[in-house]
Structures are given as C-alpha cells and as structure tokens.
Ligand binder design. Sequence first.
Ligand SMILES: Cc1cc2nc3c(=O)[nH]c(=O)nc-3n(C[C@H](O)[C@H](O)[C@H](O)COP(=O)(O)OP(=O)(O)OC[C@H]3O[C@@H](n4cnc5c(N)ncnc54)[C@H](O)[C@@H]3O)c2cc1C
Length: 459
Amino acid sequence: MNRYDVDLFVIGGGSGGVRAARIAAEHGAKVAIAESNRWGGTCVVRGCVPKKLMVYASEISRTLDDARGQGWAIPPASFDWPTFLAEKDKEIARLSGIYVRNLQNAGAELAHGKARLVDAHTVEVDKVGTRTADKILIATGGRPWMPKDLPGCEFAISSNEAFHLPELPKRIVIAGGGYIAVEFAGIFNGLGVEVTLVHRGPNLLRGFDDDIRSHLAEELEKRGITVVLGAQHTAIEKTPGGLLSKFSDGHERESDVVMFCLGREPYVEGLGLEKVGVKLTEKGAVAVDDHSRSSVENIWAVGDVTDRINLTPVAIREGQAFAETEFLGKPTRFDHEMVASAVFSQPPIGSVGLSEADARHRYGKVDIYLARLKPMKYAFGGDERALLKLVVECASEKVVGCHVVGPDAPEMIQMAAIAMKLGVTKAQWDATCAVHPTLAEELVTMREKHVPMSLGQVA
Ligand SMILES: Cc1cc2nc3c(=O)[nH]c(=O)nc-3n(C[C@H](O)[C@H](O)[C@H](O)COP(=O)(O)OP(=O)(O)OC[C@H]3O[C@@H](n4cnc5c(N)ncnc54)[C@H](O)[C@@H]3O)c2cc1C
C-alpha cells in the first residue's frame, strides 16, 4: 500500500505546474494539482496570450495608416472595445479548457481551490480537502507589485485589470519601465488612447542593451507616446475629470486610468512555506538549486515563484526538467544561458545573449556591429528606424549578444538563438547567405565594426 495519497502534488496550474503534472502523470505517477484561479495561469489568462491578442488588435491602426500611404482608400475606421474583449475572452476560455483536458487525459486529479502546506507531505486545498504527497512542487507564479503606501494607490490598476477594463479610456498614465509597461503603452497608443509612460529610471527596459533602450524610447515618442523619465508618482487624486497623477519632478497629469507596471513579486503568501522550513531568497522567491529543489528535500519549485528568468517557456522547461528527473529517471537540468526574449512593444524587440555592457564586463574586449535603417515595410510613410546589433567576444570570436528592434524582431531572434546556443562565431555567422529582401539580412551583412561614440572619443 502507498504511504501517501499521491506521488506528486503540484500547487499552481500555470505554465510550469501544468507541464510538470502532465509529464509525471503520463509516465505513471499518481498526481494531484491545485489551482485557485483559472487553469493555464498567468500566461494564458492575464499575461502573454491576452497581451499578444491586444498587440495584434492595436497594430491595425498603424497598418491602416500604412495602407493609405500605399494607395488604399480606407474610410475612417473605428474600434469597438467590448467586441474585442468578448472575442479575447472566448479564446482564453478555449485555451484554458485545453489545459484542463490535457491534465485530465493524463490522469491527474484537478483540485480547484487555494492550497497551502500543512506539513512537508500534506497539502490542504480550500473546499477540496487534504492530500498527502511523496513529492510537492510549488509553481504558484508571481503577481503584480503595487506601491500600497502611495496616497491614492487604490485608484490605480495593474496588468491584471487592464485585460478587463469596462471601457477603453481616452487617456492613460502607465508607470513603469519594464517590458509590461512598454507593451501596454504601445497597445493603448495603437487603440487611440493618449498615453503617458512615466519611469523613475534614466531609461526604459533596464537589463536590455543600452542602444536598444534609447532606440525604443525614441521610437515610442515618434508614435505619439509621451515618455517621462526620471520621475515617479507621489500621489494619485480623484478629480471631477478623472485621476490626477502627481510626480516627483513637480509635474501633474490627469487621465482616466492609472496603471502600475512596477514589477512582479513571487506569489508565496499563505502557502505555509516558513512552517515547513522552505527557505526564501532576499526577494521573497523560493530558493532552489540547479534541479529546482528547495531547502526541504521533498519540495521543489519552478517558474516565476523562483524568480530566475520569469518567462513562460522557462517555467515550462523547468517543470519538464523536474518531471524528467524525478519521474522518468532521466536527470535533467534546465540551462538558463542564452534564453532569448521578446518585447512586444511597437516597434518590437528581440534579444538574446549579453548586452554590450554585460559582455564588456564579463569578457573585457568585445567588437560591436550595428545597423540603423528604415525598414522597407515603412518605405511609403513614417520615419521609423530599425536597429540591429551584434556583440562579439574578441578572444573566441563568438557572437555573444544579438539585439533587434524593428518589424518581426521577436520572430527573428528565435532563429538567432539556435545558432548562438551552439556557439556560433562571427565568421560562421557571416558565411550564412542573406535572405533578400528582408530586415533580417542586415544581421548577416554587417562587416564594419561599430565604434561607440564614447570609445571613439577616448581613442
Ligand atoms: C502582462 C504579462 C505579460 C507577459 N508576457 C509574456 C510574454 O510575452 N512571454 C513570456 O514568455 N512571458 C510573459 N509573461 C510572463 C509569464 O506569464 C510567466 O513567466 C509565466 O506565466 C510563469 O509561469 P508559472 O507557472 O511560474 O506561473 P503562473 O503562470 O503565474 O501560474 C501560477 C498559478 O498558480 C496559481 N496559484 C497561486 N497560488 C496558489 C495557491 N496557493 N493555490 C493554488 N493555486 C495557486 C495562480 O492562480 C496561477 O494560476 C507575462 C506576464 C505578464 C503578467
């Protein structure tokens, strides 16, 4: 007789938890999984998927403008927010249903409710009951961080609510400089909303390559987004006309909606981790080793709750690696190096490997190749520029960074990531024949080393 009710109990039915539960169950393990909200988690319900659907909808206005420049006669177009929301919700429900079916088909027990640890082998789920488990996986993700002490914070929304606004605002103030902030700035701008993006730092997208950061800020302004850097909210007040944002630089701005995109925090509240001895990092994430094992031997954690690289494919691969190691007898460790990422800003970004600054810090000498050009897509209108940049480590001649801002950059970067994961050198990269006419061909035709202004001046 089994000592425990199940072999594996997973807390969190998002990207990482579902993958681990499904793989373990498909390979004969007795699995239960708890989800307190909707199956599919952040990515499907209030993250990547609805966000990308909104990006697609918002890009239409630009496409219509371009079409007019190309000779199309298009009567003034209008956008109906409720129609979009209904279609978006239908698609999210369909995807969430697929997650449920996949888990059921694999034979996992689905427990709908908030779960907490009673002890290292017992999980209690609201309205479901308790289960004992040999192994437990924490995959509870993250949630938006809100500055609760800020006067008027209660008037602001987070990305969670942005997907369900009862009506499309005329004016929005978005606070934050990360990828979620710039993506929503583009979405609302494309949908005709007057957007002010306020960030306390000197530039947007901390952690990305500096050329990409300043290029994006310029392009956002060209598209009509007001970008305010070096300022942050000091208060939000309700006014007869809407909400008044007060900023640290003395400026004020009235809008209909204020949205905070100030970062996300690991969702560990109420899980009872301290009680069973699961250690947290300084930032409150579950501390894990290379195999995602926590400080308690039979408890693991994957995905955003561990705050390693907070992206869906990473959570999935961590969940897969855990299941393969523990239930398939195939020890697997997910390699967090060279993970490509996209920012679905408008224009979008694709990035893999090191920024120039990080590469200089790690390797000392690096060569830079950089192209800035007007994409052919916009030949008949607008003054948008694309930027493509390669960072090459001098000693090994390997391409250690590739960064693109421009149409289809997220699609491009997936392919570049394959070559870079394999350790491609600049000579091998250049030996690849171009695909013409594309923006991507610029990546394989950059021959002249770029001398950054500051270094050129020193030399
Ligand atoms: C607006 C936005 C846009 C994003 N865009 C992208 C993108 O374009 N590309 C990308 O790769 N990533 C994107 N992400 C990040 C991505 O969504 C996350 O990295 C990914 O969802 C993490 O998966 P996870 O399994 O760790 O957690 P989640 O998907 O968050 O799943 C955790 C689940 O656990 C549940 N839960 C929490 N506590 C409990 C409990 N006590 N009991 C039961 N259930 C519980 C939650 O309800 C949730 O469903 C975006 C995120 C946001 C917010």
